[in-house]
Design a protein around this ligand. Structure first.
Ligand SMILES: [Zn+2]
Ligand SMILES: [Zn+2]
Length: 261
């Protein structure tokens, strides 16, 4: 079995000190490739350095909407530069988050538009973070992502109605352990209607440990297997077949080369 954790934060302090252990435990259960996601200037640099050091580990770079109020023109230029490294496979995570409201909406929107522009120029796929901001996110993608070929909504947290809107637009969906949570019926209803070919999985670690490991405070890529099993059951697809489909989708979405062993 070969699984790809398409969204993890391996550079965060909960995981980085034991990175070799984290990657070994991951490989031991078949999670053999990783995309580590940058969230600010420093994390982007750390993500790229990690990707350059390890086989089958890739980076995405951007500035998280939470950090929008701190961004300068130089920061954006730096992202444009480092995103040209062959180990950078996407722009992300970027989008709008009205749940936490750590940065004013106007600044989140300005940053989002700028990062979509960079993704268009460099022809890179985009990883969207969107929370309690469905209408504005779709509106911005309509306006600024015309030339972005591939878009994934990560940690999908909207309803099946909203999923239908995104399906019609040709977007992709990525699920975290949150789909396994007891109170996540809305997310499960959405997961049911999404064709397996349009779906990817991720840990978003160190956050969001899936059931039955939710008590494990620091999530890590090895736990991705629980989300894979849960979704394969939910969609009535044998685990092996489900894994083959999502891995194929992830490889093609991020244009990853074949597994390097
Ligand atoms: Zn996110
Ligand atoms: Zn994330």
């Amino acid at each position: 079995m070969e699984l790809i954790d398409t969204h993890c934060h391996l550079t965060f302090e909960q995981l980085m000190p034991d990175i070799d252990g984290v990657l070994e435990r991951s490989k031991a259960v078949g999670v053999t490739s990783w995309i580590t996601i940058g969230t600010d200037k420093n994390e982007n640099k750390k993500a790229l350095a990690l990707a350059e050091k390890y086989d089958n580990l890739y980076a995405a770079v951007a500035i998280h909407p939470h950090e929008a109020k701190t961004v300068s023109a130089d920061d954006l230029e730096e992202i444009r530069q480092i995103a040209q490294n062959p180990k950078v496979v996407a722009i992300g995570e970027t989008g709008l988050d009205y749940h936490y409201d750590f940065s004013p909406a106007a600044e989140q929107k300005r940053l989002f538009a700028n990062l979509l522009q960079i993704a268009s120029e460099l022809q890179l796929p985009v990883i969207i973070h969107s929370r309690k901001a469905f209408g504005d996110t779709v509106d911005f993608l309509d306006r600024y992502a015309m030339n972005v070929k591939k878009i994934v909504f990560h940690c999908f947290s909207y309803s099946s109605q909203e999923a239908k809107v995104l399906l019609d637009k040709g977007f992709y969906f990525s699920f975290t352990g949150s789909v396994t949570f007891k109170n996540a019926e809305t997310i499960r209803e959405a997961a049911k209607i999404i064709p397996p070919e349009r779906l990817m999985i991720e840990t978003d670690c160190p956050y969001m440990s899936p059931e039955p490991m939710r008590k494990q405070k620091v999530n890590e890529p090895a736990l991705l297997i629980h989300t894979a099993r849960f979704l394969s059951d939910l969609k009535h697809i044998p685990l092996e077949d489900f894994v083959k489909i999502v891995t194929q989708t992830s490889r093609s979405f991020f244009s990853l080369p074949h597994l390097n062993i």
